[in-house]
Design a binder for this molecule. Structure first.
Ligand code: TEU
Ligand code: CA
Length: 546
């Protein structure tokens, strides 16, 4: 297999609305990203994925695009974006942008035309079907709640949307739509972006409207057969420009992921969405460690056959991992970091994860921004559930937890802005911030820096195979990465309790050095070992059999 630059790279996901505000309107901007490039360079990341910055009415924070060729003025203009690209490139940092082509905003000129009449030339750019106000074409449900159909009184038909009603799905069966999309993709590539993160890409193909849902409610629009044709067309363009692509591909199984990624795949790598397995009573859910483990073990083993995974633990759609997987301590955050970062694939860090930003203690629904969270909250109230309970249920897994402003310093507004921000700053910002952690020995930030450089320096992590041990253990993740004679054993206790485990004897007896650990006390790793709460270590060994 030929080497690709991203095999040895670390990515950083940036949510521009909450990264850095430079003109003091409480909203992050392009100049803010530029200002913080030195920080990202020092952290050691090789590329950025920036969430959408296009023109948008912001029903879904930029994932509802009304003009693919313009930036939202609240972030800045195209010239500023080009300057950012140049500055990043000069520092050796590549830039991926979000490609949102499953849907547009309902304010996009195509949709405004499409709505006008049944014979409008843009009608077929979207999915319309016969309906009455009482009866939708089918009973499919959208991801954000409610029907996938919205009735339009003017033309007496309904249009289709898998997300909010303000995000009508594009009709990919229409060659004109595809042509417009491909043209737009080329335009951004000509501008010099280094690749794309493909939003919700596994939903572009739909089943026919009479498809009957049996168990999985999302089956009619998740990785539906026929999607390969569109993916192949897309990949032809990506190959021509030799850019990096990462797909958000929910519903693509670990087995199919080989076809989607790797040398002959449609894309370079994909994010799976399966590993976020929840456990606990509604309103108090945490991540199931065994659930996470099982999914990751299966994906990693399947992809060894020739695919590549985008590794992540947080993003803008998930609550903070220190709160959902960890117990709020730095040790737990370090353990989580080691657990996923050294698997086979390209690791991504979501902004703030590297300093241990935590879930926000929301007290009222007014503090919330996300439409999906609000929808959930109000539908609970409608079911007669009390405000207090509804808030707890709706906020436990809200996307807003990860969208509060980046905590740069102990200054007012955490150094994000000088005015009140669009989402409030987390009250813990005086302790949890970049300035503080940059200079504090043992901090999570310095640990991430070390982890990143280790990930890049040690060849096993880039080129090595992977083997899992203690596969059924409910809390301890254990795997080796091996390349030729060299090996690294990763062992992580993802629980608040001590765990006694047996490590492979032949590895322990051939150990050389401890590459990284999250407790400072000296420790000798014997094959029968008691791990402290959230203890994690990476041990280098030599394989005598090779
Ligand atoms: O999320 C899409 C997304 O989460 C679904 O594709 C997923 O399949 C489903 O929820 C599984 O349960 C992306 C963005 O990350 C998100 O922020 C946007 O709101 C969404 O697309 C719409 O563009
Ligand atoms: Ca701003």
């Amino acid at each position: 297999m030929e080497s690709k630059w991203w095999e040895n790279a670390v990515g950083y996901q940036l949510y521009p609305r909450s990264f850095q505000d430079t003109n003091y309107d409480g909203i992050g901007d392009i100049q803010g990203i530029r200002k913080r490039l030195p920080y990202l360079k020092e952290l050691g990341v090789d590329f950025l994925w920036i969430n959408p910055m296009y023109q948008s009415p912001n029903i879904d924070n930029g994932y509802d695009i009304s003009d693919f060729y313009k930036l939202n003025p609240e972030f800045g203009n195209l010239d500023e974006f080009i300057e950012l690209l140049d500055a990043a490139h000069q520092m050796g940092i590549k830039v991926l942008v979000d490609l949102v082509v499953n849907h547009t905003s309902d304010q996009h000129p195509w949709f405004l035309e499409s709505k006008k009449s049944k014979d409008n030339p843009y009608r077929e750019y979207y999915h319309w079907a016969e309906a009455t106000p009482e009866k939708m074409p089918n009973n499919w449900q959208s991801f954000f709640g409610g029907s996938t159909w919205t009735y339009d009184e003017h033309t007496e038909q309904a249009y289709f949307h898998v997300f909010a009603k303000e995000q009508p799905d594009l009709n990919w069966t229409n060659p004109k739509v595809r042509e417009e999309i491909y043209q737009m993709i080329r335009w951004w590539l000509e501008l010099g972006v280094d690749g794309f993160r493909l939003d919700a890409i596994s939903h572009i193909q739909k089943e026919s409207w009479d498809f009957k849902i049996t168990s999985n409610p999302w089956a009619p629009f998740m990785n539906v057969s026929g999607i390969e044709n569109y993916m192949a067309e897309l990949s032809t363009i990506f190959r021509e420009y030799q850019v990096m692509t990462v797909g958000e591909a929910s519903g693509v199984t670990s087995h199919e992921a080989i076809k989607w990624t790797g040398n002959h795949g449609f894309l370079d790598m994909i994010f799976e969405l399966e590993h976020n397995v929840k456990i606990g009573n509604p309103g108090e859910e945490k991540t199931s460690i065994i659930g996470f483990k099982k999914v990751m073990q299966r994906w990693q083993m399947d992809l060894l056959k020739g695919g590549w995974q985008a590794l992540y633990i947080e993003n803008h759609d998930l609550p903070r991992s220190i709160s959902t997987m960890g117990n709020g301590t730095i040790e737990s955050a370090k353990a989580i970091a080691i657990a996923y970062f050294l698997m086979r694939g390209t690791p991504f860090i979501y902004q703030g994860q590297e300093i241990g930003m935590a879930n926000y203690p929301f007290r009222t629904i007014e503090e919330v921004d996300g439409e999906d969270t609000k929808y959930f909250y109000y539908s609970l109230l409608n079911q007669g559930i009390s405000e207090k309970k509804a808030l707890k249920l709706a906020l436990n897994w809200s996307r807003d937890h990860s969208r509060t402003p980046m905590q740069w310093s102990a200054d007012c507004q955490a150094g994000f802005s000088e005015v009140a921000s669009w989402l409030p700053v987390h009250p813990n910002y005086r302790q949890v911030n970049v300035e503080n952690e940059k200079n504090r020995q043992g901090s999570l930030l310095l640990f991430y820096q070390e982890l990143i450089s280790l990930r890049k320096k040690i060849v096993e992590f880039t080129k090595g195979s992977i083997t899992f041990y203690l596969k059924k253990h409910p809390y301890v993740i254990c795997y080796t990465r091996e390349f030729q004679r060299l090996g690294a054993l990763v062992v992580v206790n993802l629980s608040e309790k001590k765990q006694k485990v047996d490590l492979p004897k032949w590895i322990i007896s051939n150990q050389k050095t401890i590459l990284l650990k999250n407790y400072t006390e000296e420790k000798v790793f014997t094959s029968r070992i008691e791990l402290l709460p959230y203890e994690a270590a990476v041990i280098r060994y030599v394989n005598p059999k090779k």
